[in-house]
Design a protein around this ligand. Structure first.
Ligand code: SF4
Length: 163
């Protein structure tokens, strides 16, 4: 079934997206330095199944992105909402027959207080974040003219759906 871009945007906003924009997959910036930032300087490294080293490495992610044509780029008020939005959109696109859709959320997984990477408690809902897959979130948002700065000086969080 063919779904119009406008229908996808409308659904994302219905589900809580602050911004929602469909962009070409080539506009998603994947860089090795992003993984280094996870590996050094982040307390979550190695503790969550949705973070490195469990997530695809940078070169794999570059190849994965080449298999997708479009990306729905969205923002939400916080990590939890952004990640949930991407997963909810994936289930919605599944229901329309787009089984290839894959969500990438924001930050570490927040479904449990402590993670058991080898024995995930919610495998159907736990997806990696954009940054855990080497995506330069700020660069990608800027390239695609998605504002992250809120007027009250906090940052909107980004999530994407590859499809
Ligand atoms: S659902 Fe729980 S166990 Fe699974 S990745 Fe998230 S925090 Fe870890």
């Amino acid at each position: 079934m063919k779904i119009k871009d406008e229908e996808i945007i409308t659904k994302a906003k219905e589900l809580g997206a602050i911004h929602a924009k469909i962009v070409p997959s080539e506009s998603i910036i994947v860089s090795h330095w992003v993984r280094l930032k996870c590996q050094y300087g982040c307390n979550d490294y190695g503790k969550w199944k949705t973070c490195p080293p469990y997530t695809p490495d940078t070169d794999t992610m570059k190849k994965v992105l080449k298999e997708y044509r479009k990306v729905l780029l969205m923002t939400a008020h916080n990590h939890t909402e952004a990640s949930k939005l991407a997963v909810d959109m994936m289930f919605w696109l599944y229901s329309k027959g787009l089984f290839k859709a894959f969500p990438l959320g924001s930050g570490r997984c927040r479904l449990c207080d402590e993670c058991t990477p080898e024995d995930c408690k919610h495998p159907e809902l736990a997806y990696p974040s954009m940054e855990a897959c080497s995506i330069d979130v700020f660069g990608t948002a800027q390239t695609n003219k998605i504002p992250l700065q809120h007027k009250n000086h906090y940052l909107h969080m980004c999530a994407v759906l590859l499809y």
